[in-house]
Design a protein around this ligand. Structure first.
Ligand code: GLV
Ligand code: GLV
Length: 324
């Protein structure tokens, strides 16, 4: 009488997959691509637990299709904007996610993206292959350095704090942040909590690490881009929907800001004819923030343990429950 668990992708790291296979009847979506909605709605029937990814929308319809025996939904992600938390809470379904363990990997990627954008690494690399590198040049491929700069972190949480600690090592002059509360961790990098408008006006580099919520959806729009410096560099590692993307494209084309580095966008994957892909001042990555090998392995194990704790009847032992 083993519990049934749906895993929405076959290629999850071995650690988590093996843990679940030892103790459950695992139902897999067999292709290495997001599970189609209709398949999700049919495979979820009668399962006790769901192991999902940020590409799976878990809403009323899915929960209704699952049935009343569903006890736990665990997402292999820190973001939970793809889960209808109210619907889960109403049914008393436990929710697991993977904060903390991906903090260093995501911060590392944010810093890499920031440097790639500011120092024009991708553009410079492409220039070699295009035969545009004629000689060492005093003015070619220059971009702003971090030393002495002001960095603004929008939504200072675990990831933003780690980004700030890394950037302090580059001799930045000042780190500003926005957050609903004063963050004691900000003492470690001398961070100053400010209003969003102040951050936008003063920062040379703006890094978004906030969760996507109704409050942060499209918070970067024509109005907010206008408030930034013309020399500002905008980095987003949170969710594409915190940005009004057509407004960002306009800002990049018209010199309202200097450049953007995006690990997230709308939609994902981005269509190849999207304007963002035509801009030299935009560095774009395919949502790989947490894609460090050890991190993904650990995320799969935590997700499996979140599920097993609930199915064994000890939800208090979930490694990372989301408080609903
Ligand atoms: C990645 O975006 C995550 O939410 O884990
Ligand atoms: C956001 O989820 C964070 O961990 O900073």
């Amino acid at each position: 009488n083993r519990p049934k668990v749906l895993i929405t992708r076959p290629d999850i790291p071995a650690g988590g997959l093996n843990l679940l296979k030892e103790q459950c009847d695992v139902i897999l979506w067999e292709k290495p691509e997001p599970i189609p909605r209709s398949v999700l709605l049919s495979k979820v029937q009668n399962v006790d637990g769901v192991y999902c990814l940020l590409t799976d929308k878990i809403d009323e319809e899915v929960l209704n299709a699952a049935g009343p025996q569903l006890k736990v939904v665990a997402s292999m992600s820190v973001g939970v904007d793809h889960l209808d938390l109210q619907a889960l809470k109403k049914r008393n379904i436990k929710v697991g996610y993977t904060p903390g363990i991906l903090t260093d990997a995501t911060a590392e990627l944010a810093v890499a993206l920031l440097l790639s954008t500011s120092r024009r690494l991708i553009e410079a690399n492409r220039a070699i292959y295009k035969g545009e590198w004629k000689a060492w040049s005093p003015t070619w491929m220059c971009g702003p350095g971090l030393s002495g700069s002001t960095v603004g972190i929008v939504g200072l949480g675990r990831i933003g704090t780690q980004v700030a600690k890394c950037l302090k090592g580059f001799n930045t002059a000042k780190i500003l942040y926005t957050s609903r509360s004063i963050k004691h961790a900000a003492i470690q990098f001398g961070g100053e909590k400010v209003e969003l408008d102040t951050l936008l006006e003063r920062s040379d580099f703006i890094i978004v690490t906030t969760a996507l919520t109704p409050d942060t959806r499209q918070m970067f729009n024509k109005n907010t881009f206008q408030k930034m410096k013309k020399s500002a560099i905008f980095i987003n590692v949170s969710r594409g929907d915190v940005v009004d993307q057509p407004a960002l494209i306009e800002a990049l084309k018209n010199g309202i800001i200097r450049a953007a580095g995006l690990d997230v966008m709308t939609p994902e994957p981005i269509p190849l004819d999207n304007e963002l892909l035509k801009l030299d001042n935009c560095v774009i990555l395919p949502h790989i923030g947490s894609a460090a090998i050890e991190t993904r392995e650990e995320m799969s194990i935590i997700t499996a343990k979140n599920i097993m704790a609930v199915l064994k009847g000890v939800p208090a032992e979930m490694p990372s429950p989301l408080q609903l």
